[in-house]
Write a protein that binds this ligand. Structure first.
Ligand code: LUO
Ligand code: ZN
Length: 524
């Protein structure tokens, strides 16, 4: 477990390119595209080449700002492939898509029939790489509108296939009766044990905790520690091995989105853990309540597709249809959570009685559904009413509203953290938003201004959000827990002022000497 006190300005990744050792470094302001181009440059291929990375176990490594760091002794193996000549020589019509899609479809079948098991992650990574190469090709070749229409339908079909494959993956895993978790990148035995330093254990309770410093397995161990330290393992009589399997399965069911990924899940859960300690919540609610809060945080964005409810509803996706446009994403996150808990190997509530499970299920569902920001005003108005004339912790409705506001606070709390920790999240969020608005433009759907890469900047994305959403919400909670003022509201005011200064500076022309090009460095 690393020393958590340092915060590096850049990320270093070690590569093996045809046996040659390379190293790349990139700042947190680099997006997936920048990192892709950096590796392409290091590999001596064009920026349009398909690039995939594999770690020492042969697992594909996702290529994005939050990719796990490695060491010189375990470089990621780089494979690259220029867009194939057949697609170059094609007469630019839809056949290129049919070729790739039929390849992909047959790969799906082979994979399933041959091994009887979905290696969904490998297929997903492979198809995602091919799709982005093909989408880039669309840009390059300027395919005719009619092909683009057909291609777009094909792309959304194949993406639905990925989603269905992944759903089968969860279903399949549920059906498995094996002691180890089927088809995992890692099984429990390879899931390294970490001993946490006393410094890390204390630091973990702080909103200043640097969430970027930890690899996926370390985050799993930190989650386990939180559940043990809060007394939840004792309270629910959880088998510690089941707890590990639960967290592993949760991690596998978060997608590699730029923002809504497993690290976001960890962030939200760690912030909840911090608020529980900061506000001594065990004095005003039961351990069962704390378990509901923490488990809801862990599960609150499960299988997020990277496109928000507005997209789901406007594009009339399967989720929107299934949930009648009513918080489709949040309903889905909750359904996946209980799909995982329905697997005896992962059910951390296997040893509680029926009535307790009923309360837990209702509580977790209520909290996950409360994270739909479309309900922000409704929930906050309700909470403010419960504060007058005095908040009654013994009243179930009041306590439920407080719990909903707490998970909302944690879900959107990035700006409470130190600037070095919070700012990279804005890059991740905007990358995810730009993916969505690019797709909405391609599909002729409405585009929200705060998602439009031609309209939004980091300051404009954050100033309004901090001033009109975050500060009012945390100030309201501080009426119950005054300690929040100095530890959470004050950092929000500092962040607001910083973004207002940044906006001020952005609107001034840069002095002639300075080039404000993004700095990226390739070190041999
Ligand atoms: C608020 C929200 C909704 C969906 C996805 C992410 C977010 N988060 C954020 N949005 N979560 C954290 C942050 C953050 O730090 N900044 C923003 N900024 C902008 C883009 C924003 O204002 N988003 C926003 C605001 C309100 C809303 O519904 C009322 C939905 C999105
Ligand atoms: Zn979230």
């Amino acid at each position: 477990m690393g020393n958590a006190s340092s915060i590096e300005p850049t990320k270093t990744i070690f590569l093996d390119i045809d046996g040659k050792k390379e190293k790349i470094m990139f700042s947190r302001h680099c997006g997936t595209r920048d990192i892709h181009d950096l590796i392409a440059h290091a590999a001596g291929v064009s920026r349009y080449a398909e690039i995939s990375l594999k770690d020492s176990t042969g697992a594909f490594v996702s290529l994005n700002p939050t990719m796990p760091i490695n060491t010189q002794s375990s470089p990621y193996k780089v494979t690259s492939k220029e867009p194939s000549p057949t697609t170059e020589s094609s007469n630019g019509d839809g056949e290129v898509f049919t070729q790739v899609l039929s390849q992909v479809a047959s790969q799906f079948n082979n994979q399933f029939s041959k091994e009887g098991v979905f290696k969904v992650e490998e297929i997903k990574t492979d198809i995602a790489t091919r799709l982005s190469a093909l989408e880039r090709k669309m840009e390059l070749e300027g395919l005719k509108a009619v092909e683009i229409e057909k291609c777009k339908r094909d792309i959304s079909d194949i993406k639905d296939q990925i989603w269905n494959a992944q759903k089968k993956f969860v279903d399949f895993n549920r059906l498995s009766r094996d002691t180890h978790i089927m088809n995992r990148k890692q099984t429990l035995s390879t899931y390294r044990k970490y001993t946490l330093s006393q410094e890390t254990i204390e630091y973990l309770k702080q909103p200043t905790f640097d969430i970027w410093h930890w690899e996926p397995n370390e985050m799993l161990s930190l989650l386990e520690h939180m559940f043990h330290e809060l007394g939840l393992v004792a309270e629910f009589n959880i088998n510690p091995i089941t707890l590990k399997r639960f967290f592993l399965c949760v991690q596998e069911n978060y997608r590699n989105n730029p923002f809504h990924n497993f690290r976001h899940c960890f962030c939200v859960t760690q912030m909840m853990y911090g608020m529980i300690h900061l506000c001594h919540l065990w004095e005003v609610m039961t351990r069962e309540d704390l378990g509901i809060l923490m488990t809801a945080c862990v599960c609150h964005d499960l299988d997020h597709p990277g496109y928000n409810n507005t997209y789901q509803i406007n594009a009339r996706t399967e989720l929107a249809i299934r949930y009648n446009d009513i918080s489709p994403l949040e309903n889905h996150h909750c359904a996946v959570a209980f799909k995982i808990l329905s697997n005896p190997e992962c059910n951390i509530f296997a040893n509680v009685d029926k009535d307790t499970f009923k309360r837990i299920r209702a509580g977790i569902t209520m909290l996950i559904l409360a994270t739909d920001m479309a309900r922000h005003g409704e929930i906050m108005d309700n909470f403010k009413m419960k504060l007058e004339p005095e908040f009654d912790y013994k009243n179930k409705d009041s306590l439920d509203t407080l719990k909903m506001v707490l998970i909302k606070c944690c879900d959107i709390s990035n700006e409470v953290r130190p600037m070095e920790v919070s700012e990279p999240w804005v890059d991740c969020l905007l990358e995810e938003y730009f993916n969505q608005s690019d797709r909405e433009k391609m599909e002729g759907l409405p585009v929200a201004p705060f998602m439009d890469r031609d309209k939004v900047t980091k300051p404009t994305a954050q100033i309004g959000f901090i001033k009109f959403v975050l500060i009012p919400m945390f100030e309201t909670v501080a009426k119950l827990f005054p300690v929040i003022d100095s530890t959470m509201v004050e950092p929000l005011r500092i962040a607001r002022d910083r973004y207002e200064d940044m906006k001020e500076k952005n609107s001034m022309p840069p002095p002639p000497s300075q080039s404000n090009k993004k700095k990226t460095v390739t070190e041999k």
